[in-house]
Ligand binder design. Structure first.
Ligand SMILES: NC(=O)C1=CN([C@@H]2O[C@H](COP(=O)(O)OP(=O)(O)OC[C@H]3O[C@@H](n4cnc5c(N)ncnc54)[C@H](O)[C@@H]3O)[C@@H](O)[C@H]2O)[C@H](O)CC1
Ligand code: K
Length: 514
C-alpha cells in the first residue's frame, strides 16, 4: 500500500472530484458516512455520550457531518467547535448550517473558555486538525488537548491525530492529541509508523472514501507499506524438477568464543527459508556444537580456535551473510576487510561486520552492488551519522543508500527498508521479538533468500516480512515475554504457508459499509 504525502492526498481529492463529477461536499459526506458506519457497527445505538470536537477546516467539517448522522440515528452527542481561526472552510460552513437546521447548537471553544467535563467512559471524536495543519496549534489549543487526554476518555481521531504533521515531527508532545484509534481516509500516513510519531495513535485503520483508484495506482510515492499483497507478486514457487543446486549455496561467516549461537540461528533460518545448501565459516571452537546442532549445515573452520582470523574459501557461495557473533578482535577486522576486497557476489552485512565498516568507511567501496546492511539504530548512527529526527534519519539513509548502492534494513518496531530514494515500511512483528538473536535470524533469512535468486531488495522485503509474520504467529503460543529467537525460526514455515491463506472477511463489517 502506498503512503501518500498530504500534497498527494489533496491532488487525489481534486482529481476524484473532477473525474467523478462530484462536489467536495459530497466527498466529505462519503467520509462522514464511513466514519458513521464504523462507529454505528461497534456502538449499535448505545447511549454512551459522544463528544465531537471539530476544527474550522475540512477535518472539522467531517466531524460536523458525522455529528449529523449520529444525531439522525439517535445517538447521545455534544458538539464543540474549536475556534482556532476565523478562516472557516466552505464545507465546514455548509455542515454547520445543516446542524443548525436540525437545532444542534455547537459549543464554541476559544482561548479562555472553560473546558467541558467529560467522563472516562465517554467517547471523544477528534476532528480538530487534519492533514492541513501547517504550524503548531496555539497554546490554548494544546491546553485543550491536555484536558481531553486527562479525562482518559477514548479518543477516536478523524484522519490523523490533531496536531500531528504529515511530514515532520511535532516539537512538543502536548501539541498533539493522542488517539486510541485513528480512522484515516483512503491511505495511512507515514507518521503512523515512525518511532517519534507512531506513539500518537495506538491503532489505525483506513476508511475507503472512493478516491480515484487509477490516480492512486499511477501516483508514485516515496514510501510504501509492505504487507502480503506487496510480497506475493515476487514470491518464487518451488519448481517440480528442481534440485538443491537450484536454490543456491549460502555461506554464513561469523561466530567467536561465546557467540557461536548467533551462527547457529542464522544458519538454521537460512535453511528454513529454503536455501539449497548452507555452509558456515566459523572459528574452530564452534565445530562440534555446529555439527551437532544443525546436521543439515556444512562447516568450514578458521585456523584460530576462538575467533575468525582469515577468510579462506574453498567454495563459491551464491550469497554470504557476514558478521553475526563475529566479535571485534583485531585479526577478525582484518579478515573481514580482506574478504570484502576480494568478494564480488551478494552479501548481507550485520553486527560486528557493520561496526567494522562504520569504523573504516573506506571499506564501503569494496561492498558489492546492492549489499544488504541490517543495522539496528546504534549501528545505523555509526554508519550514517546522527540525525535530528526520524524524517532526517530517513533522508540521510536514502542519501547513504544511493551513494553506496546498498539496501539499508533499519530495524525497529516497523522495520524500514531503504533502497536509493524509496522506503518500504514493514507491517509485521511484535514487541516479543525484542530479544537476543532475532537479528541473527533475519540475517540468515535474507541471505538464504538471495541465494535462491531473489534480488537483494526483494530478499530484504520478503525476509523482513516473513520474520515479523513468523514472530506474530509464534507469539500466539508463547506470549511476548517467552518468545525466543529459536521460536521465530520455527515459525518461518507457518509464515510461508500464511502467505497463501485467504483473509476471512468480517461479514458484519461488510453489512455496515453497505
Ligand atoms: N481525501 C481526503 O482525505 C479527504 C479529506 N477530508 C478532510 O479534510 C482534511 C483536511 O482539511 P483542511 O481544511 O485542508 O485542513 P485541516 O482541517 O486539517 O486544517 C484547517 C485549516 O486550519 C489552518 N491551520 C493549519 N494549522 C493551523 C494552526 N496551527 N492554527 C490555526 N490554523 C491552522 C489551515 O489553513 C487549514 O486549512 C483531512 O484531514 C480530512 O479530514 C475531506 O473531508 C474529504 C476528503
Ligand atoms: K483529527
Amino acid at each position: 500500500m502506498k503512503l501518500f504525502t498530504a500534497e498527494q492526498v489533496y491532488a487525489a481529492d481534486k482529481f476524484t472530484i473532477e473525474k467523478q463529477n462530484i462536489t467536495s461536499d459530497e466527498l466529505m459526506e462519503r467520509a462522514a458516512i464511513q466514519l458513521f458506519n464504523w462507529l454505528h457497527l461497534r456502538m449499535q445505538g448505545a447511549q454512551v455520550k459522544i463528544h465531537l470536537f471539530c476544527g474550522i477546516g475540512n477535518n472539522g467539517g467531517d466531524g460536523l457531518a458525522l455529528a449529523r448522522h449520529l444525531q439522525d440515528h439517535g445517538y447521545n452527542i455534544e458538539v464543540y467547535v474549536v475556534n482556532y481561526s476565523k478562516k472557516r472552510s466552505k464545507d465546514f460552513l455548509t455542515n454547520l448550517e445543516r446542524l443548525k437546521e436540525r437545532k444542534i447548537w455547537p459549543n464554541f471553544l476559544e482561548e479562555g473558555s472553560e473546558w467541558p467535563p467529560i467522563k472516562e467512559e465517554e467517547i471523544i471524536v477528534d476532528a480538530i486538525f487534519g492533514i492541513g495543519l501547517n504550524r503548531a496549534p496555539d497554546e490554548w489549543v494544546g491546553n485543550l488537548f491536555e484536558h481531553l487526554e486527562s479525562t482518559k476518555a477514548f479518543v477516536l481521531a478523524v484522519d490523523i491525530p490533531s496536531g500531528l504533521f504529515t511530514e515532520s515531527v511535532p516539537k512538543r508532545e502536548k501539541d498533539v492529541l493522542k488517539a486510541n484509534y485513528t480512522l484515516s481516509f483512503q491511505v495511512p500516513k507515514l507518521v503512523f509508523f515512525l518511532p517519534q510519531t507512531g506513539k500518537y495513535t495506538v491503532q489505525w485503520e483506513v476508511l475507503d472514501i472512493g478516491l480515484d483508484k487509477q490516480f492512486l495506482f499511477e501516483t508514485d510515492t516515496d514510501y510504501s507499506l509492505i504487507g502480503k499483497n506487496e510480497i506475493l507478486p515476487f514470491y518464487r514457487p518451488r519448481e517440480k524438477y528442481s534440485h538443491k543446486g537450484t536454490y543456491g549455496h549460502s555461506l554464513i561467516i561469523g561466530g567467536s568464543y561465546g557467540k557461536m549461537g548467533a551462527v547457529q540461528l542464522a544458519a538454521r533460518s537460512c535453511l528454513r527459508v529454503g536455501s539449497g545448501l548452507v555452509t558456515v565459516y566459523i572459528p574452530k571452537c564452534g565445530y562440534i556444537p555446529l555439527q551437532t546442532a544443525i546436521p543439515e549445515a556444512m562447516v568450514i573452520t578458521d585456523n584460530e580456535d576462538s575467533h575468525i582470523s582469515e577468510i579462506e574459501l574453498s567454495i563459491e557461495p551464491t550469497a554470504v551473510g557476514l558478521g553475526v557473533g563475529m566479535g571485534t578482535k583485531e585479526g577478525t577486522s582484518e579478515a573481514i576487510a580482506n574478504f570484502l576486497k576480494d568478494y564480488k557476489r551478494p552479501v548481507v552485512v550485520d553486527a560486528d561486520a557493520l561496526n567494522l565498516i562504520a569504523q573504516h568507511k573506506d571499506l564501503l567501496k569494496y561492498l558489492p552492488g546492492q549489499a544488504v546492511l541490517t543495522p539496528h539504530p546504534k549501528e545505523l548512527e555509526r554508519l550514517i551519522g546522527s540525525w535530528k529526527d526520524d524524517f532526517d534519519k530517513l533522508e540521510k539513509a536514502k542519501v547513504f543508500s544511493d551513494k553506496h548502492d546498498c539496501v539499508l534494513v533499519i530495524k525497529g518496531a516497523h522495520t524500514i527498508i531503504i533502497y536509493k530514494n524509496k522506503g518500504y515500511v514493514n507491517t509485521t512483528g511484535n514487541p516479543g521479538m525484542a530479544t537476543g538473536g532475532t537479528g541473527d535470524v533475519l540475517t540468515g533469512m535474507i541471505t538464504g533468500l538471495i541465494a535462491q535468486g531473489y534480488e537483494p531488495l526483494q530478499a530484504a522485503l520478503l525476509g523482513v516480512y516473513l520474520h515479523g509474520r513468523s514472530g506474530d504467529i509464534t507469539v500466539e503460543n508463547t506470549g511476548y515475554q517467552a518468545l525466543l529467537a529459536t521460536d521465530v525460526i520455527e515459525g518461518i514455515g507457518p509464515a510461508f504457508l500464511d502467505l497463501f491463506k485467504v483473509e476471512e472477511k468480517v461479514s458484519a463489517e461488510e453489512d455496515g459499509n453497505e
